[in-house]
Design a protein around this ligand. Structure first.
Ligand code: NAD
Ligand code: DAU
Length: 339
């Protein structure tokens, strides 16, 4: 069994590679990654010498390169994590989101059609459903909730999802799609809420909360997402969409306060800044389908997951300090400088 994992030098893809190599020692895992600002080869250092693993630096939009890789490796499955993933960056510059997230997905699926594949799995997001109101806590996203996107990022992910389903119906490509809620855990790039707040708090820098911080996200420990994708690959039904989420809704402001308390930092570091444009209010997943059909349930409670995550950022300072001292500094200045 050879699995091609795209975007495996990023946050969730790398955690997925660790999970699969540990659980299936007889599988071959080939990781394809362009190593954009969000991809970090040092993240994969612990598996680089594993004979079951191969890393290839490649853009999923590079059709010839992708075809060459398929000719070399003949993967049985593709799991597509590769994407531009940050909403704020998509507001600043949408174009690369459309290129990678939609056209790159098309290139991968064309390769699957040309060389044959047992499964193409698209890692999508709950953001394709838009948002829910705060005053109707009984509303959740199901797989039948209409696509209704807010940001260029979510629109590009929704575009890819529609294309994936179209390739299934039109060409019979054996696809599955998962739509997960917000992940947290080791190796998340410190532009996202939780690692950004941990890094800033440790450096006694302001903690920039957008607006009042009342927006709600449904947080899932990254390992639980990886377990769910593993289940879908092995037992999921072709042509199906699976929502993934752990009924763990929290307001941003409460997350930031938890981080302050865990690190012994004063809440006076919290600074309310200009809100994100088009900011989604609430995400909440109904995971009944993946639970009923595949038996999936999250294993890590938020209290344990956030403790492990904070511990990881404390123990791996050089990993994120290198990031925030490099090109990312310019992004931070552009994004938060005059906010
Ligand atoms: P990330 O930004 O940490 O990693 C993305 C990876 O993709 C990086 O290694 C980057 O180098 C690579 N990449 C980007 N463009 C590429 C290209 N053109 N060709 C090859 N590689 C390219 O993202 P993440 O948080 O790990 O998210 C992974 C996937 O999961 C994304 O598709 C995202 O939409 C989805 N998702 C993320 C979350 C979350 O909370 N982070 C939740 C649900 C779904
Ligand atoms: O729901 C799944 C999505 O979760 C994924 O598809 C995306 O790839 C992933 O980035 C994430 O999107 P969000 O926009 O929800 O995540 P982010 O960490 O950027 O922001 C979480 C919340 O925190 C959001 O309401 C905005 C707010 N926020 C974020 C940052 C970076 C702040 O208040 N301050 C900040 O500095």
């Amino acid at each position: 069994m050879t699995i091609l994992v795209t975007g495996g030098a990023g946050f969730i893809g790398s955690n997925f590679i660790f999970h699969m190599l540990a659980k299936y020692p007889d599988y071959r895992i080939v990781c394809l990654d362009k190593l954009t600002y969000a991809g970090n080869l040092s993240t994969l250092a612990s598996v680089m010498d594993n004979p079951s693993f191969r890393f290839v630096k490649l853009d999923i939009c590079d059709r010839q390169g992708v075809y060459r890789l398929f000719e070399e490796e003949h993967p049985n499955m593709v799991v597509n994590f590769a994407a531009e993933s940050h909403v704020d960056r998509s507001i600043e510059n949408p174009e690369v989101f459309l290129q990678t997230n939609i056209l790159g997905t098309q290139v991968l699926m064309d390769a699957c059609r040309k060389y044959g594949i047992d499964r193409f799995h698209q890692v999508s997001t709950d953001e394709v459903y838009g948002d829910l109101p705060l005053d109707q806590p009984d509303l959740f996203f199901t797989e039948d909730t209409p696509i209704h996107t807010s940001s260029p990022y979510s629109a590009s992910k929704a575009g890819a999802d529609l294309l994936v389903l179209a390739y299934h119906r039109t060409f019979g490509l054996p696809v599955t799609i998962s739509r997960c809620s917000n992940n947290y855990g080791p190796y998340q790039f410190p532009e996202k809420l939780i690692p950004l707040m941990i890094a800033n708090a440790l450096n006694d820098k302001p903690l920039p909360v957008y607006g009042q911080g009342l927006n709600v996200r449904d947080w899932l420990y990254v390992e639980d997402h990886c377990i769910a994708i593993d289940l879908i690959l092995h037992r999921g039904r072709v042509g199906q969409v699976y929502n993934i989420g752990g009924h763990n809704e929290m307001r941003n402001i409460d997350i930031v306060k938890i981080i302050c308390a865990a690190l012994g930092k004063s809440e006076s570091l919290i600074t309310h800044v200009t809100d994100r444009k088009g900011h989604d209010m609430r995400y909440a997943i109904d995971p009944a389908k993946i639970h009923n059909q595949l038996g999936w349930l999250p294993e890590t409670k938020f209290a344990d997951g956030i403790r492990k995550t904070i511990r990881w950022y404390l123990d791996n300072r050089e990993w994120w300090e290198e990031i925030i001292s490099g090109e990312y500094r310019n992004y931070y200045e552009r994004m938060y400088g005059g906010r």
